[in-house]
Write a protein that binds this ligand. Structure first.
Ligand SMILES: O=P(O)(O)OC[C@H]1O[C@](O)(CO)[C@@H](O)[C@@H]1O
Length: 394
C-alpha cells in the first residue's frame, strides 16, 4: 500500500471521463480497440489454451460483464481491492476511464501468466510489437538523422521527443497510420522550458517516459543532450515497472534502445549510445521505476516517496497522452482552463510534451478551440495535434 503524501492541493472540479457512453472515444477504446488488441496479442505469441481462454474471458468481462477483482494470490490484490472499493460487481464502463483502462492492462498480465509461477512469468505480451518497431525502418531513419547531431538545435530535439509520441502502438491499432496528415502544435511553451533549464543549469531533470521504440529513442537523445550541455547534472528517467498500455517503456526497453544506439549507423548515433551507457554506469543517468506508474490514479495522488523524488527536480518532463491525463486529471475540463491551475500541484516545475489522443485538454485559447470545434476532425483524439505546456513552480 502507498503512503499518501500530505499536500494541500486545490483544483477545480470537472466531470470524470467514463467509458459507458456509446460513441464516445472512451467507449471505442473498450469496444473497438481492445478486441483488436487482444487478437493481436494472441497472434503474436503462442499462448496455450489456458492463457487464451483467460484473455478472451477478460475481453468479454470488460465489454459486457462486471468488474471482478484479482485472484487472492495476486501480490497486489489487496491494493487493487482498495483502489476499486465501490466498483466491484459494477459494469466496467461505470468506473473512471483511467481506472478501467489501467485495470484492463493489469488483468491482461494476469491472464497471460506474467505474474504467475509458470513459464510465461515475466514474458512481456507486447514484446513482439516493440521489437518489430525498434528493429524497423522508421527507427533507422531516426538514427540516420543523428549524423548531424551537433547541428541539431535544442528545439528540434524537443520536437522529435514530442512527435515520437504520435506513433504509440495502442494508438495505431485503430488510428490507421498514426496521426497521418499534417500536424499542428496548438500550444508551444518550449521557450519557457529552455529558459528554466538555462536559469538553473546542472540540477536534476526528471523525464517520465511513455512509449518504447520510436518515442524512447528521441527521449534518450534529448537526455544525452541535456547532460552534454550541462543543462542537467543528473537525469532520472522513469519507466513502467511492468508492461502497460501496449508500448509503454520498461527497463528492458531502455536496455534494448541503448543497445540499438550502440550498434547503430552513423557514428554519431553510436556515440550517443556509448555516452548513455557511461552515464548509466556513472549515475548521471538513473533509470528508475515505481509501482505508482501503473496505478489507476492521477499524479496529485502520488505517494510521499515518489513526490519527494520529483520535488528535488529543477524540471520534470512528462511524456505522452496517458501521463497528461494523470497530470491534469482525466476529466472533461473546459479547454481554456489554465494548465497551471490543474497541474500546479505537481511537486516540481513540469513540462508536458503530448500529442492529443484522448478527450482531455486544458490550456487552450478560446479562438483555437472554436476553430477546431468547427472543423470536421476529432481533433482531441486524432493524434495530429500536440501541446508543449509548462508550469513553473516558484
Ligand atoms: O501512449 P500515450 O501517448 O500515453 O497514449 C495512450 C493513449 O491510448 C489510449 O490508451 C487509447 O488507447 C488512451 O486512452 C491513452 O491516453
Amino acid at each position: 500500500m502507498f503512503t499518501p503524501r500530505e499536500v494541500e492541493c486545490h483544483v477545480p472540479t470537472a466531470p470524470v471521463i467514463r467509458s459507458n457512453v456509446p460513441g464516445s472515444f472512451a467507449w471505442s477504446v473498450f469496444h473497438e480497440r481492445h478486441p483488436e488488441l487482444v487478437q493481436r496479442v494472441l497472434r503474436a505469441l503462442p499462448y496455450g489454451p489456458g492463457e487464451r481462454a483467460r484473455v478472451e474471458q477478460l475481453l468479454a468481462e470488460s465489454t459486457s460483464g462486471v468488474l471482478e477483482p484479482l485472484p487472492e494470490s495476486a501480490q497486489d490484490g489487496a491494493q487493487w481491492l482498495a483502489w476499486g472499493e465501490g466498483l466491484w460487481g459494477r459494469p466496467w464502463g461505470e468506473a473512471p476511464f483511467l481506472w478501467a483502462e489501467s485495470y484492463f492492462y493489469r488483468r491482461l498480465l494476469e491472464a497471460t501468466g506474467y505474474f504467475g509461477a509458470g513459464a510465461w512469468r515475466g514474458v512481456d505480451p507486447f514484446a513482439p510489437f516493440k521489437a518489430a518497431e525498434l528493429g524497423g525502418a522508421s527507427v533507422d531513419e531516426e538514427l540516420a538523422a543523428l549524423a548531424d547531431l551537433d547541428g541539431l538545435q535544442a528545439e528540434v530535439l524537443v520536437a522529435s521527443a514530442l512527435w515520437g509520441n504520435r506513433a504509440d502502438l495502442s494508438f495505431q491499432i485503430t488510428a490507421g497510420v498514426a496521426g497521418a496528415g499534417a500536424s499542428e502544435l496548438l500550444v508551444d511553451e518550449g521557450a519557457l522550458l529552455w529558459a528554466e533549464l538555462k536559469h538553473r543549469p546542472g540540477g536534476l531533470v526528471c523525464l517520465v517516459a511513455d512509449n518504447a521504440g520510436r518515442e524512447l529513442l528521441p527521449d534518450l537523445v534529448l537526455i544525452d543532450f541535456l547532460l552534454r550541455q550541462g543543462l542537467a547534472g543528473r537525469v532520472v528517467l522513469y519507466v513502467k515497472p511492468q508492461p502497460y498500455f501496449v508500448s509503454d517503456a520498461t527497463m528492458d526497453d531502455v536496455l534494448a534502445t541503448v543497445e540499438r544506439l550502440r550498434n547503430a549507423q552513423p557514428d554519431a548515433a553510436r556515440e550517443v549510445g556509448r555516452r548513455l551507457w557511461q552515464a548509466m554506469r556513472g549515475g548521471e543517468l538513473d533509470v528508475r521505476t515505481h509501482a505508482f506508474f501503473c496505478a489507476p490514479l492521477p499524479y496529485r495522488e502520488m505517494p510521499a516517496d515518489l513526490a519527494a523524488e520529483f520535488g528535488a527536480a529543477v524540471m520534470t518532463v512528462m511524456k505522452g497522452d496517458l501521463n497528461y491525463r494523470r497530470l491534469v486529471g482525466d476529466q472533461l475540463w473546459p479547454p481554456t482552463t489554465a494548465f497551471g491551475e490543474v497541474a500546479g500541484c505537481f511537486p516540481s516545475s513540469v513540462a508536458a510534451l503530448r500529442t492529443l489522443k484522448s478527450d482531455v485538454i486544458v490550456g487552450m485559447d478560446e479562438a483555437t478551440v472554436s476553430r477546431l470545434d468547427g472543423s470536421d476532425e476529432a481533433w482531441r483524439t486524432s493524434g495530429r495535434h500536440a501541446v508543449v505546456q509548462v508550469s513553473v513552480r516558484t
